[in-house]
Design a protein around this ligand. Structure first.
Ligand code: UDP
Length: 342
């Protein structure tokens, strides 16, 4: 198939490009390189440096490449930054998605897989764990709202456009790297737990800080559901295939839209992730207890049974150590990340 991957130079998008390209699809990437890395896109994949808000240019790309399905990853994705710069987040994430949809409409593309987030649920009470797709969506930050607004626009567009169908995947915590170590996580600045632990193991950080040890969880630290990036991408490919097979039938929302929570279905505490990273790396890096980080819910983990039931997908990496092993391979081979802008 001819597939457009937006944000294909980013951490998650580049893993989608690698998989789709490897499967023999014709892939075109649009990325504005604000957060992505040109070196993350392999040779042989068409790369267009473009901001999604350039509607006419995006329409031209869709037409020129005969795009049949769009995988839409491009977004700014730092929760804290979204609180400080809400307009930038709404403009980029919602504005970019609206422009992309207008281009999709103009070019007549019928399929889309959208990168959404468990942040659209906000802070569900502990009795709602594990989290299923019917929980109320009450984001607590502009990042979560920007994704929820895009979900809403997709629903309404699909209702108004009977031959358009989409899947929105709501991600939990994405972790790990391609098993061959060729691409990986390189966020600047880095805020995510596992890369920070691996940077500490490499001696690039003097210590790691645990953000809060007085949460109402068994060891007092926050619990998250970590899903391996290759499993996550596999769920996108499965969704794309399902859209091709069933088109607009079986939607959750009156039109051809379906929503899935993507996690492994169990949580690991910050302390457990730290211990696993020490075992994998063999480095006993320094750990300090610090204050809570604003906006961190005590626990978030998925009920992934809907996607298993409806699309037959489940994660193959189910323990945190094996996920960290793949990330460690990337960090050891690329201690400074991508060299294009290191
Ligand atoms: N965390 C931490 N120290 C760090 C970075 C993260 O204790 O240096 C915690 C964070 O508070 C959260 C968990 O690790 O409970 C996962 O954070 P991350 O930023 O990786 O993902 P998030 O859950 O915010 O999407």
């Amino acid at each position: 198939m001819n597939v457009l991957v937006t944000g294909g130079a980013g951490y998650i998008g580049s893993h989608a490009v690698k998989r789709l390209h490897g499967d023999g699809h014709r892939v075109v990437v649009i990325d504005n390189l604000v957060r992505g890395h040109r070196a993350a896109v392999p040779d042989g994949v068409t790369f267009v440096e473009l901001d999604l808000r350039q509607t006419e240019a995006v329409t031209d790309v869709l037409r020129e490449h005969g795009v049949e399905c769009v995988m839409h990853f491009a977004a700014l994705a730092y929760v804290g930054e979204s609180v400080e710069q809400p307009l930038r987040y709404y403009d980029n994430n919602v504005g970019g998605s609206m422009s992309l949809l207008r281009a999709i409409d103009a070019a007549g593309v019928k399929r889309m897989v959208f990168s959404s987030t468990c942040a659209t649920y906000g802070e569900p009470a502990p009795e709602h764990m594990p989290m299923n797709e019917s929980l109320p969506q009450q984001p607590i930050n502009p990042y979560g709202w920007s994704k929820l607004m895009t979900e809403r626009a997709l629903i309404d567009y699909a209702v108004a456009t009977p031959d358009f169908a989409f899947v929105a995947h709501r991600y939990f915590n994405v972790a790990g790297s391609a098993a061959d170590g060729s691409i990986g996580e390189d966020h600047r600045p880095e805020t995510h737990l596992i890369p920070i632990l691996l940077q500490a193991a490499l001696g690039q950080r003097e210590h790691v800080t645990v953000f809060g040890d007085d949460y109402p969880t068994p060891d007092g630290t926050c619990i998250r559901d970590y899903i391996h990036v290759e499993d996550l991408i596999d769920a996108h490919v499965v969704a794309m295939d399902a859209l091709n097979d069933t088109g607009t039938t079986g939607g959750d929302s009156g039109g051809g839209g379906r929503f899935f929570n993507l996690g492994i279905g169990r949580g690991y505490s910050v302390r457990e992730v730290i211990d696993a990273a020490k075992r994998v790396t063999g480095v006993d890096f320094a750990v300090k207890d610090g204050a809570r980080r604003a906006g961190d819910p005590p626990q978030l983990f998925a009920d992934p049974s809907k996607i298993k039931r409806e699309l037959g997908w489940s994660a193959t990496y189910t323990d945190i150590e094996s996920m960290i092993e793949t990330a460690w391979k990337w960090f050891q081979a690329h201690p400074k990340g991508y060299v294009d802008d290191a």
